[in-house]
Design a protein around this ligand. Sequence first.
Ligand SMILES: Nc1ncnc2c1ncn2[C@@H]1O[C@H](COP(=O)(O)OP(=O)(O)O)[C@@H](O)[C@H]1O
Ligand SMILES: [Mg+2]
Length: 394
Amino acid sequence: MQVYFFTAGIESSELNELEARIRSRLPNMQKVAKLDEGVARVGQGGSVNHEQNYILSPMFGAQSFDRIINLAEQANLGVFSIFISREISASDYKRLVRTGRADWVSLQDAPQEILDIISRTSRPIEPGRDQSVRPVIVAFVPSSGGVGNATLAIESAMQMTLSKKTPSRRICLLDLDLQGSHVCDYLDIEPRLQMQDIIENPDRLDTQLFDLFVSRHATSGVDVLATPRNRGAAVEMNMAVLDALFRMISLRYDLVLVDLPPMCFDWTDQIISVCDLAVVTGFNHVPGLRRIAEIVQELKNAERSPPQIVVALNRCESRLAGGIARRRHVKTALGDQTVVYIRDDPAAVNHSLNTGIPISLTSHSNKVAKDVRALASVVSGLMPAATANRMSAH
Ligand SMILES: Nc1ncnc2c1ncn2[C@@H]1O[C@H](COP(=O)(O)OP(=O)(O)O)[C@@H](O)[C@H]1O
Ligand SMILES: [Mg+2]
């Protein structure tokens, strides 16, 4: 492990004092004036010995935060950045932690918190696992309750396991519809994610505890993270818990499908801002389309809008001659927005609910399974090509 102290060529008594304080605890720390030089050096070391290396960056001036985030995102394999400043805005902090490769400490907490971060993150990088590839994140955003958000997330996950393109991908279904959670019921498995165990101290979440939280769907090999349903007391969720979960998820999975609740919270915005694809689910009728159009607009206006948005219209009626009814209305309401139509099939869906086996696993030719394949193929398009060559944990 190597720790670098990045000065950006600045000399000041404040910086010297900080350096001395940190050096008292990290005597082997190396000072670098140029980040390019530092990043290049630690990058080489990182990929050879699979160790995590650190760049400590004091930020006393008014540096552009966007630049810093870019640096954190582009840092080489095995590099973790720790930024040190007097304060940081909540939104900047969120963006930073979300990179999964950076953290922040306040000036006053500098030596101790830096050591804490290092001890938490300095696990050797698993050989064969490219840490610079984070999982693909797909957010299922319901336009209202009961539109089939959970069903479509589940069926998409199942279709992804069947796709021959990249068979070794590891898939996680993260059920964050905390109050109306259905994913485990639909798959007939036990939810195991105990939020209260990590709410007080998210740093507690290590690989052993995470293992206890995972429910494996044996037939498909998909892992589910879901909390036991609790209609009474609201299950607490916050940014720190979400970060801790995603830190673990990033180590394990290639693809994460997130079932979001119909309500917005600050942490739902956070997921939207990191997702690679948002699937807005809803119904194909006038109020449904109107609501969907509003949500698509909100997503596009977000500070960090999803790079790709697909609307999934669920429970569509098909015309006798085949084809989907009311396509013209859809065009009027949603314009050029990419839309996937999933047909209504209460009999097949109910059978699936009663057996606990997703439709996609029992019937290749069922209309819901067929229609969901269109959605799954959009998701497949997001998967990095490297995934196929990576070691599978299964
Ligand atoms: N394509 C479909 N055809 C028929 N019923 C469906 C379809 N998709 C979902 N359903 C049913 O609609 C209900 C709501 O679905 P669910 O996935 O729980 O929605 P949400 O997560 O949005 O609350 C469930 O009873 C589900 O079985
Ligand atoms: Mg739901």
